[in-house]
Design a binder for this molecule. Structure first.
Ligand code: AMP
Ligand code: FE
Ligand code: FE
Ligand code: ZN
Length: 299
């Protein structure tokens, strides 16, 4: 897409390019995601679980059955200096060795880290590692995260909801918090590129996730490595930040995407609350290593 063709406003019809399922910290299956997307009148949907492609097969099967086009993606955990960064990777080859190894390492690091958080909490709260594992819906295929710890605390009666737990001891500012050791954003963008995928920085300016946001210079350095886009339309980006991100997208010829960050019942975010235009999805598909499944692109 040429920079001039970049839409300045989110589309009223389109795709939701940021959705989680039981293969990470969402509460619903890929089948439910596809059916909910169809019901919501979306033109298509992307599955983007954290640090895994394990949900792709179920999602693709459901998309074919429903006749709804599906983008296959992953939200990859990274860091850049002191900032925690999530990078959405779309349409890459999941067999590419570096990306597969990266997921394996991050998922292992997430487990160790979650266990350490639970150990710390267990001194003060009625939580065990087993109770956390009981909240994991797809066993070893699920990427474990803080939401599973939050669900265990709900199960133990400490909090009423996942969000309440996130406002309490599960929060990144709590004394029980342990960060996940992650690859750098530069490494992640390079690895996505090597796997033939399309890279988009997720919620690049979400002030609730970071004390220090990614700077313009950080983004320029990712562009130098082959970054494809920015998730401009996400509830975590303020209107002022959206204008800044759109300015950067224009300057560097980046794609501007939108997504809800749907987690089913796990978060208030509504499926389709932020959308991506069909033309943008067309660019993603044309750049990616794998094809669209479930249907073709509509305007
Ligand atoms: P982790 O990746 O293990 O550090 O956990 C962070 C994940 O928790 C992110 O994917 C968020 O989507 C999710 N999360 C953050 N805040 C909340 C909240 N208030 N309620 C539910 N999930 C949340
Ligand atoms: Fe999540
Ligand atoms: Fe994220
Ligand atoms: Zn997400």
């Amino acid at each position: 897409m040429t920079p001039d063709a970049l839409p300045d406003n989110p589309p009223s019809r389109g795709w939701d390019l940021h959705c989680h399922t039981v293969f990470s910290d969402g509460t619903e299956t890929p089948e439910t995601l596809v059916h909910a997307a169809l019901e919501a009148g979306l033109l298509g949907v992307a599955i983007t679980d954290h640090d895994t492609a394990s949900g792709w097969q179920s999602a693709a099967k459901a998309a074919v059955q429903a006749g709804l086009p599906l983008l296959r993606g992953t939200e990859i955990t990274a860091q850049f200096d002191r900032t925690s960064v999530h990078i959405l990777a779309y349409q890459y080859d999941p067999q590419s060795p570096h990306i597969a190894t990266m997921f394996k390492l991050t998922r292992q690091a997430r487990l160790t880290r979650a266990k350490r958080m639970v150990e710390r909490m267990s001194a003060d709260y009625p939580i065990t590692w087993q109770l956390v594992l009981d909240q994991v819906k797809e066993g070893g295929l699920t990427t474990v995260g803080r939401p599973h710890i939050a669900d265990a605390l709900v199960r133990a009666g400490v909090y009423r909801t996942r969000s309440e737990a996130f406002a309490g001891v599960v929060n990144a500012r709590s004394r029980y918090y342990v960060p996940t050791p992650s690859p750098t954003a530069v490494e992640v963008v390079q690895t996505i590129r090597e796997a033939g995928g399309v890279s988009v920085v997720a919620h690049p300016a979400d002030a609730s996730r970071n004390r220090v946001l990614l700077t313009d210079d950080h983004i320029r350095r990712l562009v130098d490595e082959g970054l494809d886009g920015l998730e401009v339309w996400h509830r975590g980006n303020s209107p002022e930040q959206r204008r800044r991100l759109l300015g950067l997208a224009h300057r560097y010829g980046l794609l501007a995407t939108g997504g809800s960050d749907w987690h089913g019942e796990g978060k208030p975010n509504q499926l389709g609350e932020n959308l991506t235009a069909s033309d943008t999805v067309r660019s993603i598909v044309s750049r990616g290593a794998i094809g669209l499944v479930g249907g073709s692109l509509q305007q």
